[in-house]
Write a protein that binds this ligand. Sequence first.
Ligand code: AMP
Length: 291
Amino acid sequence: MRIITEIQQMKTEIEKQKNRKRSIGFVPTMGYLHDGHLSLVNMTKKSADVTVMSIFVNPLQFGPGEDFDSYPRDAERDISIAEANGVDILFMPQRENMYPKPMSSSIVVQKGTDVLCGASRPGHFDGVATVVMKLLQIVKPDYAAFGMKDVQQVAVIERLVEDYHLDVMILRGNIVREEDGLAMSSRNVRLKTEERLEASAIYQILNEAANRIREHDFSSPEEAEVFAKERMAEALSAEIDYIECLSFPDLSKQGDFTSGDWILAAAVRYSEVRLIDNILIQEGERSCTEK
Ligand code: AMP
């Protein structure tokens, strides 16, 4: 595995690979790797000849008072995990490389950010879109994999690719979970013992509500939200940031369950960490048995 920290070196390496007619798969991450990240590596390895992973904790996507400073970091651990799991090139730029001076322009995401994390983290997706655009310019991948754990990020990036005619195919990775159902996240290590124990209820409640959506038990998306909110308020000591049931991928609120895919998504805040999770309810899963 090659480790590259300089942008110019990365571009030269990519050019070399492209000259050899090798396709490039890309997995952008903020590190502190877990099986969720590695499932994306497996996806790109199936689609492309060379897998590039980036590790960069992007300051632009953290708001004031958020956990940029305390975000878990362990470069040595990440290097050995990436190497053991078939990453070919690990790109680990420094902040000074990525942002040598303040940006004179930035990408402002105008659609789909008035809901979910976009509503509670103003500017977050502008920071995400800006760094992803920079990384795509450097790595020039044929495929880039993003996890459905960050479902709004997937929606934003897919639109970015469409809006700017980018020559990359976005691969959506399913959410990888711990045994008890908690969605894997680098931030999970910052949960206190009792918080970690109860946190599996986030998935369990979303799953129960999602199954009831599939069974046509709720007359509206709002009813599903109310159900999940009440159950989570009982089960968790965390503060509930949001629970929203939206059509996907446009992320719009609807009065009724119209056709198409839906997501039921939640964010909760513990003392040191904010967790997100969601469940995708695909059209085919609820098409029959109208009650
Ligand atoms: P992060 O390092 O948290 O920025 O995540 C990097 C990529 O891994 C993003 O595309 C995430 O959506 C994805 N990811 C994070 N956690 C999971 C998970 N539990 N399952 C699948 N993908 C994930």
